[in-house]
Design a protein around this ligand. Structure first.
Ligand SMILES: Nc1nc2[nH]cnc2c(=O)[nH]1
Length: 342
């Protein structure tokens, strides 16, 4: 199941980022629209929620409704802010530089999961954080001159850098807060609770995006943008709808990984996506393939396998402990039966 979540996160996130780039490349320019696509697919989560049979843990309300509502509102507002910064960052920086700076979210997550989630650091996990960060760095340094995403766009490096760092810190905090929510507020990690928490927090984030679109007056530019979009209105709608669906698929995978494993693991999987995006851009947008990109991908696979191996070791240790406890219980039960009978 963890493998399924990882595939959803990597494929959904890659498709969403490529579609966002297609939106900007085809004449799209609305930052609030890009912000909205990151959370706007949330109502679709009602479908898997209705189709997933409830377990006993799903029927109880683990905390007062007001506390749950406050958690959704807090995390949702933070997601809305992160999505806006992410939207600006994706437009202000070339993909390669963006990848470099965005990989810092794993380092931020190392801090937030230590402070908020009591994450244990082993040599394999430390190796994974360092290698994954380097993989994105290599990619960024190596492909900064390949013109991957330039077009005729004027980058805004200073603002792009600050916004990417801020978004990376915010995203690390969001994942750690999700983990804390499952442990302390919801006190369950069932598929339905994961969907509920994701849907409600993303609905709040969508409200932030819609409010921003109206407050900024950007909504007035949408009809013109739609008419001028390369390929016309139908392609405009399909691009944005596809982006919204892909983001939610990625987030289902990512938040399930937070619930099942940890926020740091979910973030490490997400960071593997950074070198994947340029690879697909080679096929889809005709970007150049370079040796550096291959090295970055191999490093990213290595960093990730290091983390996955630690996860495997932890799983084996947990199974061993459970088995030892079972044998002790069984021995105790036999001895109780014998002493009762005598
Ligand atoms: N900052 C940030 N925001 C996101 N929203 C969805 N994925 C991400 C991510 O990896 N980083």
């Amino acid at each position: 199941m963890v493998a399924v979540d990882m595939v959803m996160l990597l494929s959904g996130g890659t498709v969403a980022t490529l579609l966002t780039r297609l939106y900007y490349n085809s004449g799209g320019n609305s930052k609030w629209m890009t912000t909205l696509t990151q959370s706007g697919g949330a109502p679709l989560l009602a479908i898997p929620l209705l189709l997933t049979p409830p377990s006993p843990e799903d029927r109880r309300l683990p905390s007062p409704a007001t506390k749950l509502a406050a958690v959704y509102a807090g995390i949702g507002a933070l997601i809305g802010l992160d999505n806006l910064m992410y939207a600006y960052a994706l437009q202000y920086l070339p993909v390669s530089t963006f990848s470099l700076v965005a990989s810092s979210q794993l380092a931020f997550n190392a801090v937030t999961s230590r402070l908020l989630n009591a994450q244990r650091f082993t040599p394999l996990i430390a190796n994974s954080v360092v290698v994954l960060t380097f993989a994105a760095t290599v990619l960024a340094v190596g492909s900064s001159s390949d013109g991957s995403s330039s077009g005729n766009y004027h980058y805004n490096y200073a603002a792009g850098f600050v916004l990417t760092v801020a978004a990376s810190a915010a995203f690390a905090l969001i994942l750690s807060l999700y983990e804390l929510t499952f442990e302390r507020v919801v006190m369950a990690q069932t598929p339905r609770w994961v969907l509920r928490v994701q849907m409600n927090s993303n609905l709040v984030a969508s409200a932030v995006a819609v409010a921003g679109m109206f407050a900024s007056g950007e909504w007035r530019t949408v009809p013109g943008e739609m008419a001028a979009f390369t390929g016309g209105t139908a392609r405009y709608v399909a691009t944005l709808a596809g982006t919204a669906v892909a983001w939610q698929a990625a987030l289902v995978g990512q938040i399930r990984l937070v619930a099942r494993v940890s926020s740091l693991f979910a973030n490490a999987t997400g960071v593997v996506q950074l070198p994947l995006v340029p690879l697909f851009a080679v096929v889809l947008f005709g970007d150049r393939m370079t040796g550096i990109k291959v090295v970055a991908m191999l490093m990213s696979a290595w960093g990730f396998m290091s983390y996955a191996y630690q996860h495997y070791l932890d799983g084996r240790r947990a199974a061993g402990t459970a088995q030892a406890q079972c044998s002790m219980c069984a021995a105790q039960a036999v001895s109780d039966t014998v002493s009762d009978a005598s």
